[in-house]
Write a protein that binds this ligand. Structure first.
Ligand code: SF4
Length: 461
């Protein structure tokens, strides 16, 4: 049966209205996105036969959609229409330009020239999960494994706070021992010494009880990237470990668990605890990225509707698939996506920004793309960004000019020697990315008229 936009919209609305736990919404999210995109394609071809759907017609259609946008964001069907044209390479440049142009004006109107920066501190590269695209996958035998101790964490934290960072992300591989035995105390200790810092985690999804505990200890936000909303693709890339199964209240993998669904539903658990949440799909993983992008937007809109009264802005992450440091285990060349991330990054960020209700989403541009693309994306749509990211546990120790031995800052490491070299700290990074000093980023942002503020101030905007 041919499903119209109205049918799909009705179906989505029915699912949104269901009470928690609403696994039905999540289980049908990707297929509903496919239906919406399919309807968009049919709607375009209903107006004119395929060969007549030319650039002029497309520009006029998208321009109309953007000019009719309300402060509540874009309609699902209009987002689908934009995505269909954006990923039709005949129209990509024109649609990108329109999105960026519209979003740049809205970004200025909504957040003025303000921008907030964050930085991750990686705690552990011991990971029990196996995500084929990641340098820390459990199957990677060439990767040095490191877990920092409190001294190692606080040495880096002091260095980064002195540099001006006001948002720190605690990140780690799926090191369940760390989550179970150290995470809560670490959060308490950070907040004791640095109460002004906003603190997020980027770890495996946790239970509502655990999120409650962490919130009470001072946690502010939880960032969980879904990677993809396509179940088969998720399971083909995430082959074992806690990420593929989910974990229970005792921080153990769930026997026969569904990590895909558990991950999608984890933002609700964090929101119920009162935490700010982030969501994202990995660009470069899917050869049909439009379906993942639409699924993310529908997911975000659903959360905004469901938690409307007390939801803080969603942090919309834009992870990308990058090469890893251990070449023997880098599959990028054998399972490559055709999609050019650098070219489309600002346009996708713009679409995210204008799709959501005003002030309900912070688009998070990151250092996985070049500084030029990052700055273009910030000007167009992003108000939250990372700078001088290093992705190895203890990787900032070298920068903070530690003179004594590195090994005293680690509770555990895999090399057979008693000392860790500077080189190993950087080779131990999760994936390759761009790196410049924080001051270089700040100079570049200011040169483009941006003004740095804390994300605590952004929350008041
Ligand atoms: S993406 Fe995360 S969970 Fe997956 S292998 Fe890498 S560190 Fe582990």
């Amino acid at each position: 049966m041919y499903l119209t936009f109205a049918n799909v919209r009705l179906k989505l609305q029915e699912l949104r209205n269901l009470s928690y736990p609403n696994s039905l919404f999540y289980e049908s999210l990707y297929s509903n996105s496919e239906l919406l995109l399919d309807s968009a394609k049919k709607s375009l071809s209903m107006h004119a036969r395929d060969e007549y759907v030319n650039a002029k017609f497309v520009i006029k259609t998208i321009d109309n959609i953007l000019n009719k946008r309300s402060p509540l964001g874009l309609k699902d069907s209009d987002i689908a229409l934009i995505l269909v044209t954006l990923f039709d390479y005949r129209f990509t440049d024109d649609v990108s330009n329109l999105l960026i142009k519209y979003s740049t004006v809205l970004r200025r109107k909504t957040f003025s020239n303000f921008l907030s920066t964050m930085v991750p501190i990686e705690v552990s590269s011991y990971c029990a999960s196996n995500c084929k695209f990641c340098g820390w996958k459990s199957s990677n035998k060439d990767m040095i494994r490191l877990r920092i101790n409190d001294d190692g964490f606080f040495e880096q934290l002091k260095y980064l706070v002195n540099m001006g960072f006001t948002h720190i992300e605690i990140a780690s591989g799926d090191d369940l021992d760390f989550i179970k035995n150290n995470l809560n105390d670490l959060i308490k200790k950070i907040k004791f010494y640095y109460p002004q810092i906003r603190l997020s985690i980027c770890l495996t999804p946790l239970s509502t009880n655990t999120y409650n505990t962490l919130l009470n200890s001072g946690l502010d936000a939880v960032l969980t990237w879904q990677e993809t909303y396509n179940k088969d693709l998720f399971n083909s890339f995430i082959t074992s470990g806690p990420k593929s199964k989910g974990i229970n209240d005792s921080i153990k993998p769930v026997v026969n668990g569904n990590g895909f669904l558990d991950r999608m539903m984890s933002q609700e658990r964090a929101l119920e605890s009162g935490l700010q949440v982030g969501l994202g799909v990995m660009l470069g993983l899917s050869d049909t990225p439009g379906t993942d992008i639409l699924s993310l937007i529908l997911h975000g809109k659903y959360l905004i509707q469901k938690f409307s009264s007390n939801i803080k802005p969603l942090i919309i992450g834009m992870p990308t698939w990058n090469h890893i440091t251990t070449e023997n285990y880098d599959i990028k060349n054998s399972e490559v996506s055709k999609f050019s991330i650098e070219n489309l990054f600002p346009a996708i960020a713009s679409l995210y920004f204008i799709s959501f209700e005003d002030k309900k989403a912070w688009i998070f541009a990151n250092c996985r793309v070049s500084m030029k693309t990052q700055v273009n994306t910030i000007q167009a749509a992003s108000v939250f960004t990372s700078t001088m990211v290093l992705l190895g546990p203890g990787a900032y120790l070298k920068k903070s000019l530690i003179t004594s031995s590195f090994s005293r800052y680690f509770s555990k490491f895999s090399n057979s020697k008693s000392e860790i070299s500077e080189n190993e700290l950087l080779l131990g990074e999760q994936f390759k990315h761009y790196f410049y000093e924080h001051s270089k980023y700040i100079d570049e942002f200011e040169r483009h008229g941006l003004s740095i503020c804390s994300d605590a101030d952004l929350l008041k905007a």
